[in-house]
Design a protein. Structure first.
Length: 197
């Protein structure tokens, strides 16, 4: 496997102090981060979030998606529980990259939904690869997780990697007028389990 552990440090946040663990994928030259809090390498299942990078939502506070709100909600939930882990994967735009995501946004401005925009650019609806998680999970000694997600594909991907997902924890947050169509498309075309807020 091309993913290797590099180093760890403390990361103080508004929700508490996390440990930040850096990993490098030598094949793609992408750097991934795992945030952990409390004792996670135990037999007891750990609360976890697999979060794909979203510069626009996570850092620029975009309301076009629910990504930033989901990341913050996961950090808050882990801090309340005092134990958990977030895998922050550099797979921007469901794997198509930042500049292609901007191109997709432009197509959405003209009426395409998020899936149609990706497909018009020649990509699949979701290009993310979760196999990179296996060496990270092994390094963190995590065997069982309670996964904060609305995406059944993530649950299935982890099960295929041999990770026991003992529970899917519903993780809805950040719904607003700007992302209502986006969320309906995720539910209708990508199978996300969304009930609405």
């Amino acid at each position: 496997m091309t993913v290797r552990y590099v180093e760890s440090s403390k990361l103080p946040t508004s929700w508490g102090i996390f440990d930040m663990h850096g990993f490098e994928d030598t094949e793609t030259n992408k750097e991934h981060v795992v945030l952990s809090m409390g004792q996670i390498g135990e037999d007891e299942p750990v609360l976890a979030r697999i979060h794909s990078e979203c510069l626009t939502g996570d850092a620029l506070f975009s309301l076009r998606c629910d990504c930033g709100a989901q990341l913050q909600a996961a950090m808050h939930r882990i801090a309340v529980e005092g134990r958990g882990v977030i895998f922050y994967l550099r797979q921007e735009g469901r794997g198509i990259g930042l500049l292609n995501k901007i191109r997709a946004y432009r197509l959405q401005d003209k009426g395409a939904d998020t899936v149609e925009a990706n497909e018009q650019l020649g990509f699949g609806a979701d290009m993310r690869d979760y196999s990179i998680l296996k060496p990270m999970l092994e390094h963190m000694h995590i065997k069982e997780i309670k996964l904060m997600t609305n995406n059944p594909r993530k649950v299935n991907a982890l099960k295929e990697l041999g990770i026991n997902v003992v529970e899917r924890v519903a993780h809805e947050s950040g719904r607003n007028p700007h992302n209502a169509k986006y969320l309906e498309t995720k539910k209708g075309k990508l199978g996300h389990l969304l009930e609405g807020e």
